[in-house]
Design a protein around this ligand. Structure first.
Ligand code: MRU
Length: 347
């Protein structure tokens, strides 16, 4: 099943509840855009492309929720819903991208209020379908970089669960395996929410790809011992100069890779590039509740002294100079990113 789908009979959006995996596989259904925003915030659904699709379906729900009888009034309600959804999580630009794309549909649409509602649902479904296609395309480009026998460090979860389906960085690994290459993955556990240990490991088991979970920060040691050939991760927002914001710990991974002469690839759809931001310093970084750090995930048990405090930055920014290449649906793009991305977009 896809991470997020529309149920036509129930007129609801359905999502796999990623907070419960791998222990429990549960589907949550939502009929209000405010619930979708809450689900994004609480990380029922997570991963930049998946959040984008959730934002798109959130706008479709808002269209059906609205009591507006004119298109102008409906658009006003949708703009309010868009602003509300955009606030759910700040770093992944795919959310704002999808909301903006949905709102643009209202500008070019010529028809009745009800037709606009249906058109918005069709647009959200198209965004979801496109995501899967784009992921497969970028994975084909990326798989060419992977060699038979590679041991690859992977950070966070960038698989089917982080997207509508298939995945980005993990999609590259899947594609390489489907091409018959033998690959082993070192899965960064990805504190504090353990997207690696819980979600990436769960996915890899289903794909039959051998893996070992490693603690965050272990990759430097493995690289120095010659046990790793590549590092690969996704992105939540990429600035025009090539700086990559991704799950906290990505910067340290890229630094270790750089110091050891190991290629570090960032895989993402072009909707993750924020051309309006000159550099990664301008990317808003989400800071989440300290409880995620102070408690052991899932057990909900506090493991730290009663008075301990924590900072919980959910993302960091890896400077472009540490990224060996971008893997996108437009192809593999090498530095200098600013110039080469323009050429790739023009094609
Ligand atoms: O906080 P999360 O789990 O939403 O963070 C996800 C990541 O950082 C992913 O690596 C990124 O969104 C790319 S997913 C294809």
């Amino acid at each position: 099943m896809r991470t997020i789908t529309w149920n036509d009979d129930a007129q609801k959006v359905e999502m796999i509840d990623q907070r419960l995996l791998p222990q429990e596989f549960m589907i949550n259904a939502y009929e209000q855009y405010q619930e979708v925003a809450d689900a994004i915030r609480a990380m029922v659904i997570r991963g930049a492309p998946a959040i984008g699709a959730a934002g798109a379906f959130g706008i479709a729900l808002a269209a059906y929720q609205s009591k507006a009888s004119t298109t102008a009034a409906l658009i006003e309600d949708l703009e309010e819903a868009g602003a509300f959804l955009n606030k759910a999580r700040p770093t992944a630009v795919n959310l704002a991208w999808a909301v903006r794309r949905m709102l643009k549909e209202t500008v070019v649409f010529d028809g009745s209020v009800d037709e606009l509602r249906d058109h918005l649902l069709a647009s959200a479904k198209a965004i979801a379908d496109e995501d899967v296609e784009i992921n497969k395309r970028l994975s084909e480009f990326g798989a060419a970089l992977i060699e038979d026998g590679d041991h690859i460090v992977h950070h966070c979860n960038t698989g089917a669960l982080a997207t509508v389906d298939w995945g980005t960085a993990l999609g590259v690994i899947r594609m390489a395996q489907e091409q018959g290459k033998k690959i082993h993955v070192f899965v960064d556990e990805t504190r504090p929410r353990l997207q690696g240990a819980r979600l990436t490991a769960w996915e890899l088991e289903q794909y039959g790809i051998p893996y070992d979970i490693i603690t965050d920060g272990a990759s430097g040691y493995l690289m120095r011992r010659g046990l790793v050939q590549k590092a690969i991760f996704g992105a939540d927002r990429v600035a025009a100069n090539g700086d990559v914001a991704n799950k906290i710990g990505t910067y340290m991974l890229a630094l270790a890779a750089y110091d050891n002469g190991i290629p570090a690839f960032a895989a993402f759809p072009m909707s993750t590039v924020d051309f309006e931001l000159e550099s990664g310093n301008m990317i808003p970084i989400e800071e989440r509740d300290e409880a995620e750090v102070l408690q052991l995930q899932l057990l909900g048990k506090r493991v730290t002294p009663g008075n301990a405090s924590a900072r919980n930055f959910a993302f960091d920014v890896t400077p472009a100079r540490l990224v060996s290449a971008w893997i996108t649906e437009k192809g593999v793009i090498y530095p200098p990113f600013t110039a080469n991305i323009k050429a790739a977009m023009a094609e």
